[in-house]
Design a protein around this ligand. Sequence first.
Ligand SMILES: [Zn+2]
Length: 501
Amino acid sequence: MSEVNNDKNSLKRSFNDEEAYSTRKKEKVDDAPGSTSNDDQATNNAFAKKHSPISSDLYLDTINRKLLDFDFEKVCSVSLTNLSVYACLVCGRYFQGRGPSSHAYFHALNDNHHVFVNCSTLKFYILPESYQVVSSALQDIAYVIKPTYTREEVAKLDRFPQVSYDLMHKPYVPGFVGLNNIQSNDYFNVILQLLSHVKPLRNYLLLNTFDGCPEIIQRLAITVRKIWNPKAFKGHVSPQELIHEVTLLSHKKYSINEQKDPLEFLSWLMNTLHVSLGGKKSTMDKPTSIIHYNFQGHVRVESQKIRQHTENGDHVIFEGDRVIKTDIVPFLYLTLNLPPRPLFQDEFEGNIIPQVELIKLLEKYNGVATQELSGMRRRFHLLNSPPYLLFHMKRFMKNNYFTERNPTIVTFPLDNLDMSPFIDDGFLKTHPKIIPKYNLIANVIYESVLSADGETHVFRVQLRNSASNKWYQIQDLYVEEISSDMINLGESLIQLWERVH
Ligand SMILES: [Zn+2]
C-alpha cells in the first residue's frame, strides 16, 4: 500500500490504491479564498465578536426546497459575478455578498426573503441581520449542493440495489438518472454517463476532495457526486456547470450548441482529465493518472509497405517490402471496423440490416489478420489487458462529399467476453492472475431519426446496474429500465467493458 498522501498537488499518486482514496484531508472547511468579498469578511468578523451561530430560526419555515436547483452556474442574478455568491432559499435565485449594500442584502429587504446559503462554504445566514444558523434541518440542502460519501457507502453502491425518492416522491435509482439536454448536448451526456460508471474513477471522484485542483476536475467530481446522490431533491442532474468549463477548455469546440461525435469528445475529455490530474506522456512504464491506469493498453503494430510497379507497360504488380516495421502503440480505445455493406442486395435482402458478431470484429487484433490501407499492410496484436476496454465501432466514413454511415448491427455477449485470443501469450503467461474476460458496462448507441426537418442524430446510453444486474437506457432526461435482450438491437457506437475480478 502506498504512503498516505495529503499533498493536494499529488493526486495522481493515490489513484491506483484503494486505501488512498480518502486520505486527502479537506483543507478548507471555512470560506475559500476568493469566495468572500471584503465587505463580507468585515461583516463576518464584526458579527463573530457579538454572536455565535444559532441553531434554529422561525424563518427556516419559509424555505422552499422545490424551487432550489444548485446545478447551474453560481453567478449573482444582478451583477453576474461568481464571487461570494449566496442562494436565496426562499426563491432559489443567486445574489452576491451579504454585507449592507450587497445584492443579497437588498433582496432580503425588498422581497422579504431571509434565508441564504453561501454556495462555496455551505454556511447558512439570515439576512439582512446577517447572523449564521447552524441547524441539522438544513443539512439536506448542504448535501444537495455538495453530496459527500463515506467509504462504506461507496462500497455498497455496486452491491446493494437502491431506490430513492425525490421531493415529489418520484422514485429514482442513484447513478441511473437523466441529464438535461440544454440544446444539443446529448453527445456530451452519453459520455458523462459512461465515465461515471467506470467504478474506480467514480469512487475516486466521490471520495476525494479536489480543492486547488483544475476546475474541470472539481466540476466533474461534483457532477458525478450528484448523479449518484441518494438524497437528491430531483431525479435528474443538469451538467451545465461542467459543460461550461469544457467549452472554455476546448475553445468552444464542445458546447451545448452543436452536436459532436461522442468518440471525439470522449478522446478529448480523457486526455484533458489525464493532463489535469498531472498525468505524463504515455510510455510503457507505469500509468501516471487514474485515466491511463484504467484504460490504457498497448498494441503491437507490424507494418509492411506495399510497392506497386508496372511490368510490360500495363501489367500492375504489387509487392510487399522486405522490411517489416514493428511499433508499440499505446491506446485508450480500440477502433473496430465494420464489414462494408454489400453493394448489391436482391429483392428479398434489400430490407435486411446486416449483422456481425463482435468477436469477428476483434479478429483485427489477433496478430494474424492483416489490413491494407494507404499502401501499407498491417497487423495488430494486443500486448496487455487493461481494467477497462473501450471499443469504437467505426460507423461513419467521411469522404470529400458526405459522411456515409454503416448501419450494421453488432451482436455480442453481455458477460465474459473472452479477449485472450487477441492478447499476446507472453502477457497472459506472466500475469496469471489477470483473467482477460470482460463484462459490458455501458453501450452508447446511435439512432437516425427522420422527421419533417430531415434526418437528426440521437445518442443514447445503455447502462448496467451492477447491484441489481438490471439495464437502463437513458436518453437525456428519459430513463427506462430495459430487458437485456434489447441491448443488441441498436447501432452500437462506443462500448465500455470491465475486466472481471
Ligand atoms: Zn429570494
